[in-house]
Design a protein around this ligand. Structure first.
Ligand SMILES: Nc1ncnc2c1ncn2[C@@H]1O[C@H](COP(=O)(O)OP(=O)(O)OP(=O)(O)O)[C@@H](O)[C@H]1O
Ligand SMILES: [Mg+2]
Length: 273
């Protein structure tokens, strides 16, 4: 299946900031009258967080995970004039042009590990996928999982692929374990990690990885130190991810050990699942 690219739309209204997000994301309205959560290119986390959102979010969707639709949002800096808050004005001005939007799930609730339902298959798939993409941002404190119409949705992949903040030694980093699994909110429920590995690897072919990396806008990849062209940057992401997929046996073993330990602790505390 070949992808033509993410949908692009113009932002027509800044509705309100989502204060709980560290990067000051906002609820915006698009020219299609849809509402989206906007991640600003000019936010402190910078454009690499948006690159990670696109690659990991789209790989996640291909892997069968429930990720809300991602779109590219064109932001007119003139929208800043209508905002009273100078911090927001600055953010809008610094983000003129392309930003990342995620379909807004109205009325969704934050996932509660003690009360929200999650099956072993989905919990295992999400944990395994987070280990693949080195996403350290799914802890009990900040789950980045939403519950919407009774289903779990995965959001906020901006902290994944952290090797790209310092490319040095990235080839070696591709095969490393994922120690952050010990803090993952779904670790106690991930009883089917072998199944997750099989399910996800069957979907994430090299072609699928290339497609996800191909969806990142060119301008977010420009000027990367140590690379001669944006094509070289894309190739590096593809090489990293395919190498990590190929080496999954080694780091999946670490996930299983972390799970066994968490399960014993969870049972010790009287957990029922
Ligand atoms: N698609 C969505 N639908 C509904 N609410 C959302 C959606 N995306 C984000 N939110 C809400 O906005 C909050 C902030 O979003 P998100 O976690 O993506 O931003 P962030 O700045 O990267 O956050 P963090 O503080 O985790 O770094 C979420 O915790 C959630 O409450
Ligand atoms: Mg978040």
């Amino acid at each position: 299946m070949s992808r033509t690219g993410l949908r692009r739309l113009r932002v027509t209204r800044y509705v309100k900031p989502l204060r709980e997000g560290g990067s000051l994301p906002a609820l915006v309205e698009g020219e299609d009258d849809g509402t989206y959560v906007l991640k600003f290119r000019g936010a402190g986390q910078g454009r690499k967080a948006l690159v990670a959102e696109v690659i990991t979010g789209e790989l996640g969707r291909t892997a069968g995970l429930p990720v809300p639709e991602l779109v590219l949002c064109e932001l007119d800096p003139a929208l800043a004039q209508r905002e009273p808050d100078p911090e927001i004005q600055d953010l809008v001005r610094a983000s003129a042009g392309l930003n990342l939007g995620m379909d807004y799930l109205p009325g969704s609730l934050g996932f509660d590990p003690l009360a929200s339902p999650v099956g072993a298959e989905l919990a295992s798939d999400i944990l395994w996928f987070d280990a693949l993409t080195t996403n350290v941002d799914r802890t009990p404190h900040n789950t980045n999982l939403l519950l919407w119409h009774g289903e779990v949705w995965a959001i906020d992949h901006g902290a994944s692929l952290y090797f790209h903040h310092a490319w040095t030694g990235w080839r070696e980093k591709a095969t490393r374990p994922f120690p952050a699994a010990k803090d993952h909110v779904l670790l106690p429920f991930a009883t089917d990690l072998d199944g997750a590995e099989e399910r996800i690897k069957s979907k994430l072919t090299e072609e699928a990885v290339q497609e996800a990396v191909g969806l990142v806008p060119q301008e977010w990849l420009e000027g990367e130190a140590g690379f001669a062209s944006t094509e070289d940057v894309r190739s590096a992401y593809v090489e990293y991810l395919t190498a990590r997929l190929a080496a999954s046996e080694s780091w999946t073993a670490g996930l299983k050990e972390a799970h066994d330990l968490a399960r014993r602790t969870y049972r010790g505390r009287g957990g029922e699942r």
